[in-house]
Design a protein around this ligand. Structure first.
Ligand SMILES: Nc1ncnc2c1ncn2[C@@H]1O[C@H](COP(=O)(O)OP(=O)(O)OP(=O)(O)O)[C@@H](O)[C@H]1O
Length: 338
């Protein structure tokens, strides 16, 4: 539907995106994440035609853009949703959504579907942040774009609203059958809402994969750490099995076939038990998360692993505990760094 090959983007002499290759399938939602300044917004702006590209090409079923073959934004059939909503303050909700629309039937459809019926005649200033973002989304979808680019659409909203609106946006995109690239700072949002996740670092894609794969089989330690709590324990890897000081687990070598490795542990892979005998670690910090607690445990070898326990388990720094590994899914292992 949309494909980007060998795309590079410069600001003056500063290359901020290098050799980007990605494709967006029909009806697919691709989440883009990465540290601040890694080029996420720049990529969206280039796809929308708002800034020039230096190398490579962007192709859709209907058009092609290269550094020499430029195409203005209005000819790209792309919808954009920004974090600051970008609504016209002097126009009503209805007028914002119908702005420059010849056929207003799709606008009615999205006004109803996104729960904006009661706000048709209100001005943006009288709406909540969540309602403003629904208006921005309705306006985008009412124009029936071929694809949508969302630049941190939820970052100005509070946590409870974010959680609800992210699903409303996903459902609306799926209902419209429009593919989207969605930039977010929120790893949880990326993993839960996206069909695929792309992780960027320094303007380069590190991995694009299904969320489960990015999380459980990251292709580098950077990706592992970026997508959530990650600890590593040394072990030996042989015959699809990793042997560590706190248990043996099925394993998959990301960059090696066998030998000395570091095993990626997510907090849910580590079982923490409070016991009077056989303890093998000391709790060094605990973070209360609501329904659970995240605990860091220092082992005798000085390795620190994290474990998530139910909120019913009361653990405190200084407690002696027993941690072990027992997973039925393979854990990612990486060649041991010297
Ligand atoms: N108009 C500009 N002129 C020059 N440099 C720019 C411009 N816009 C962005 N940059 C630089 O390009 C790099 C990528 O910026 P970009 O905004 O794409 O990153 P980002 O990943 O979206 O960051 P964030 O997560 O903080 O929004 C940064 O180093 C930034 O300082």
């Amino acid at each position: 539907m949309l494909s980007v090959s060998q795309l590079s983007i410069d600001y003056g002499s500063n290359r901020v995106v290098s050799d980007l290759n990605l494709s967006l399938g029909e009806n697919e939602i691709l989440m883009l994440v990465g540290p601040t300044g890694c080029g996420k917004s720049t990529i969206l702006q280039a796809l929308a035609g708002l800034i020039p590209i230096s190398e490579g090409e962007i192709n859709t079923d209907k058009w092609r853009a290269t550094p020499k073959l430029t195409l203005p934004p209005e000819k790209r059939s792309v919808g954009m949703v920004f974090q600051d909503f970008a609504l016209f303050p002097h126009l009503s909700v209805q007028q914002n959504i119908c702005f420059r629309l010849k056929n207003t039937a799709p606008a009615d459809h999205w006004i109803k579907l996104l729960g904006l019926d009661d706000f048709r005649n209100k001005k943006p200033a009288t709406l909540s942040g969540g309602q403003k973002q629904r208006v921005a989304l309705a306006r985008t979808l009412a124009h029936q774009p071929d694809f949508v680019l969302l630049d941190e659409p939820l970052s100005n909203l509070d946590a409870a609203l974010k959680d609800m609106l992210r699903w409303d946006i996903r459902n609306a995109l799926k209902a419209a059958g429009v593919p989207a690239i969605w930039v977010t700072h929120d790893q949880e949002e990326a993993l839960s809402v996206g069909d695929r996740v792309g992780i960027l670092k320094g303007g380069e894609i590190q991995q694009i994969d299904a969320p489960e794969r990015c999380f459980s089989m990251p292709n580098s330690r950077f990706v592992a750490r970026f997508l959530g709590e990650a600890s590593f324990i040394s072990g030996q890897f042989n015959q699809h099995q990793a042997t560590t000081s706190i248990g043996n687990v099925p394993a998959h070598g990301v960059d090696c076939e066998s030998g000395d490795v570091d095993v990626l542990l997510r907090p849910d892979d580590v079982l923490l038990v409070q016991s009077c005998v056989g303890n093998n670690g000391e709790v060094i910090w605990v973070r209360f998360e609501g329904g659970s607690r995240l605990c860091a445990v220092k082992l005798a070898c000085s390795t620190i692993v994290t474990s998530r326990v139910s909120h019913e388990v009361v653990v405190n720094p200084g407690d002696q505990v027993h941690v072990s590994l027992s997973t039925s899914h393979p854990l990612a292992v990486y060649k041991r760094m010297q």
